[in-house]
Design a binder for this molecule. Sequence first.
Ligand SMILES: Nc1ncnc2c1ncn2[C@@H]1O[C@H](COP(=O)(O)OP(=O)(O)OP(=O)(O)O)[C@@H](O)[C@H]1O
Length: 617
Amino acid sequence: MPPPLPQAQLNLRQRFSAMRNIPPFLREIWGTSKPLTAAAIGLRLVRAFLPVATLYIGKLIIDEAVRLIGLGVAHELQAAWQSGILDHLLLLLGLEFALAIGSDLLGRLTSYADSVLSEQFTNATSIRLMEHAATLDLEDFEDSELQDKLDRARRQTMGRMNLMGQLFGQAQDAITVVSFAAGLLAYAPWLIALLAIALVPAFVGESHFNALNYSLNFQWTPERRQLEYLRQMGASVETAKEVKIFNLNRFFIERFRTLSRKFFEANRRLAGKRAFWGTLLAALGTLGYYVAYGYIAWRTVRGDFSIGDLTFLAGSFRRLRQLLESLLTGFSQVASQALYLDDLYSFFEIVPEIASKPDALPVPDPIRRGFVFDNVGFRYEGAERWALRGLSFELHAGEVLALVGENGAGKTTLVKLLARLYDPDEGRILLDGRDLRDYDLDDLRANIGVIFQDFVRYHLTAAENIGVGQIDAMDDRARIERAARKGMADDVVAALPKGYEQVIGKRFKDGVDLSGGQWQKIAIARAYMRDAQVMILDEPTAALDARSEFEVFERFKELSDGKTAVLISHRFSSVRMADRILVLADGKVEASGTHAQLMAQGGRYAELFELQAAGYR
Ligand SMILES: Nc1ncnc2c1ncn2[C@@H]1O[C@H](COP(=O)(O)OP(=O)(O)OP(=O)(O)O)[C@@H](O)[C@H]1O
């Protein structure tokens, strides 16, 4: 559980240093749509002067009315109208009316520009987020800190739009304040200072609580992610089966309840304090206002100001107080929202370590010699144990190599290193004599087709599920069908009500679910979709029946003629057809050779083979 709220975690300077995020933020908004941004700003500029104009004309109307009263105008409206004595008053009323209509119209136009702009900006930021996430290393994704950061960043794309409205609104208010202040300056300049001083406490209070709110949200990111996870576990197609069988509903709900209650409590305490102090500090601002009001009223009674002046001044002060208050509190809100931008920007600042060098080589076509693992060691981030250590072997071009070994021996890790999902911590991997890191990353990945044991079940159509193996050939139906035949998925697809157009998986309407083995056949077809020089099947046959697995591997050997291939399986009967078998134990090669050689050696391989064979007798 997180420690209690860190009161001193963010000092004032830190809070305001977040303001440095504002200029890039504005630049991005401007970059999203220049015309819309210009419209949103231009409209506000005009609107900024409307309040003072409206109030001033209001003052003129009152003064005119008072003057007319003094003249003792006839009671007959018609007579007065005809005499033209009301013309000036009517003109002023007409102007006030036009201002009211104009202000309403401008307001609506501004909200329209804002909402369109914010939608565009949110979408653009979401896309940028996805694009950046795609460049990151697998290792980054497995890091829970990054996941927290990503989670916060994702929230920011949605939440930051009110920041835009607020910033623009602040600018508009600031101009209005200046216009009111200019009007007031002529009457009683020091009152403006009085108002400003009276509002400072409210401002400090606001900014303090905003910062606390931010640290609360920040600290609770891991818990919020857990809540999200629990919510998903408790209510999703993927988990429903097991949740029902084990009756886990209550367990998940209870966990959710406990955790969410703690978060709620922390939030509630903060909201309570905020309400109390907010009221108290705002009262000071109100006090300042009434002192000013009293002073103007007295001056009017003394005859210094007209009735119109009194209404104008009182109105100006009221508006000025509201404006200054919202400016000050708004400023602290902007500062605190800018803190949230830190999350977004710091996510964008993460630089992947695995990337192509500037002068990267293309992958040789054909690969001539193959891969060499030279004393390779790799340890997962934060793990104490080495997943691989002192691993040396060759994968010759054109050979079918099988990897066997007990759970956790390092087979999958080896494959991930081969595909450069990670780089080794020790030793090196060579491809045709050059370090794997010298090659262009995209080209390398394009030349390696891997299906992992935990391959993804895309809730898309059958054709798309296979097509994702070579995304640029997604529309090539003939190629998809060929791949399906090679992977023995053609029968699976043929049995679907809508064939290749059938959405598979239960998540969406009309989706049809497949058996585990059928999913695997689709995944294997995906591997064939990519006509890669190196093909790797990491145990994607575990759910296949014995005959199917045998056929898959037979075919795999046939079809990978001239290709370099790696397969991983726990079924020794399937593995024996490989050109060479590598037995891994504790992250290194324990033995290697053909099936016959390994059997003759009588080591772990022979022992495990006998064990499996005995099971069938
Ligand atoms: N993402 C990860 N983060 C941390 N440790 C990991 C990760 N993946 C695997 N490991 C650890 O690395 C070691 C090797 O795992 P690996 O998945 O390569 O084994 P494997 O031989 O493929 O096993 P299996 O037959 O069960 O698939 C194991 O000790 C495992 O706990």
